[in-house]
Design a protein around this ligand. Structure first.
Ligand code: HEM
Length: 456
């Protein structure tokens, strides 16, 4: 088992801070002058929250894009030791195709992270309340302004939400792997009745991964072990069209007289996600939402192959079955589980924008998910999940279906819901989610951060 140096690992790798810091802001910066930027980095590096810190007021973490590393003096040769998607960036033509960022989601329409609005540095700020957050953001803004080396280009808000649900109305943050060596198994077990322990190297560079070897460690002539205890951070601003989601569901679940049927709406929503609004899995509760109260074990202890092979509970193409097929990927459940462990991510996203007062009505306000995930290998983990599972029209022998929640829309998208005696198929799913911005970042370990600040 890996021995982890928590003082070298940024705290965000180990916790979302959600339980005691419900308010967050993400500051997007560009570097305007490298020497001054380094001075600013030296100044704020002492404030960065590590995996050893136990803070209750605020937390701060930092990550960099490849152009930022270039500006800070990492040579072209050294940069080549980083993963290819990170070097290339999220908005290239290749990545666009691979991630399904077409139409409204095309990088040309993004408000940040594209060629028109590039980003160098991401500062992640978390606080125990709006007041503390405001105070911390003002302090950081002043330091940035005074630095002469970095410019603030955007503040992305992720304010306090009334509950732990995302904007479509479903409890979020349940299916999450546990990093081996962090000692978090017991906590996860009591929260969800289940803990998938994954080798540390899947999320923290420099450690053994699920292939029993470490992923390539970004190194270079002058940067031995620069990547140690770092990770790749994927950030995607995903706008959620809440009224479109629920209007579509209403329309396809109406009875023969054209009346809305709320229990059928809830059921179809749950089939699309794979969990009811309360978080209960449709595999174990196929008919109605047991409405588990918040705080009570949000069941994650179930199997698709053994309990729900044909998808009568959770459809094969549902969001959580595509993004974590568990034991159902191949005929052999054990081989499936082993394989799936190589394609997991740690999700650290938070909702932005106000909750809809009425989910069926377009109030003209933007809301969505600042989707953030952490992984050691962007291609094998995040991109594989998005491309080969969510956006794959023939995932698990389906036909012309993509992830009904987040998948790229092709002509006449379908979603099949297995049922006895006959399955239901719903057609022409509209786009429920649009990409509005994004970038691939590297979140270095503390030693690497200090090295970066000190001029390599
Ligand atoms: C606006 C966009 C999205 C929404 C509203 C959304 C919503 C949800 C919900 C409600 C769950 C079930 C609760 C849970 O297990 O936490 C879930 C699970 C999950 N989602 Fe998403 N999601 C979105 C985007 C994505 C993206 C882009 C990915 C990766 C490509 C992703 C990967 C996952 C994974 C891995 C799980 C856990 C599956 C499991 O372990 O059972 N999601 N999501």
């Amino acid at each position: 088992m890996a021995t982890l140096d928590f003082s070298d690992i940024q705290g965000f790798l180990l916790t979302s801070y959600a339980s005691n810091m419900p308010c967050a802001n993400y500051l997007l910066l560009t570097i305007t002058d490298a020497p001054s930027c380094r001075k600013w980095l030296t100044q704020i590096s002492g404030l960065i929250t590590t995996g050893k810190d136990r803070k209750s007021d605020f937390s701060l973490n930092i990550a960099f894009t490849a152009p930022a590393f270039k500006k800070l003096g990492i040579t072209a040769n050294d940069l080549q030791t980083f993963s290819a998607p990170f070097q290339e960036g999220m908005s290239t033509a290749v990545r666009q195709q691979l991630l399904g960022d077409s139409g409204n989601s095309a990088p040309d329409n993004w408000s940040w992270g594209n060629a028109q609005n590039p980003v160098d540095i991401l500062l992640l700020l978390f606080a125990n309340g709006e007041e503390e957050l405001g105070k911390q953001v003002t302090l950081r803004q002043t330091e940035i302004k005074d630095s002469g080396g970095v410019t603030l280009i955007k503040v992305l808000g992720a304010g306090r939400q009334p509950d732990s649900k995302e904007h479509f109305g479903f409890l979020d943050g349940i299916g999450q792997p546990i990093i081996e060596g962090t000692g978090r198994e017991a906590k996860q077990l009591s929260r969800t009745g289940h803990a998938t322990v994954i080798k540390a190297g899947e999320f923290i560079l420099g450690h053994e991964n699920e292939m029993l070897k470490p992923d390539p460690l970004p190194v270079g002539l002058n940067l031995p072990a620069f990547g140690m205890n770092g990770t790749y951070l994927v950030f995607r601003q995903l706008e959620q069209h809440v009224h479109q989601f629920w209007q579509y569901i209403d329309q396809v679940t109406r009875d023969a007289s054209g009346n809305s049927v709320p229990p059928e709406q809830d059921k179809l929503g749950a089939k699309i996600v794979g969990r009811w609004k309360s978080g209960a899995p449709v595999t174990t509760h196929p008919h109605t939402d047991p409405e588990i109260p918040p705080g009570v074990n949000q069941n994650n202890n179930f199997s698709f192959a053994k309990e729900d092979d044909t998808g009568l509970g959770c459809p094969i193409g549902a969001h959580i079955r595509r993004t974590n097929p568990r034991d159902s990927l191949f005929d052999d459940p054990e081989v499936s589980l082993r394989t799936v462990k190589r394609h997991r991510i740690i999700r650290r996203g938070r909702s932005y924008g106000d909750r809809s007062a009425n989910v069926f009505v377009d109030d003209g306000k933007e809301r969505g998910l600042h989707f953030i995930c952490l992984n050691s290998n962007i291609e094998r983990q995040f991109e594989f999940m998005q491309q080969s599972w969510s956006n794959n029209p023939s995932f698990s022998a389906l036909n012309n279906e993509t992830d009904p929640l987040i998948g790229q829309r092709n002509d006449g998208n379908v979603f099949s819901i297995p049922a006895c005696p006959v399955r239901t198929r719903i057609h022409d799913l509209p786009e429920f989610v649009t990409t509005k911005g994004g970038a691939y970042f590297f979140m270095p370990g503390m030693k690497a951060l200090n090295q970066l600040a000190g001029g390599l």
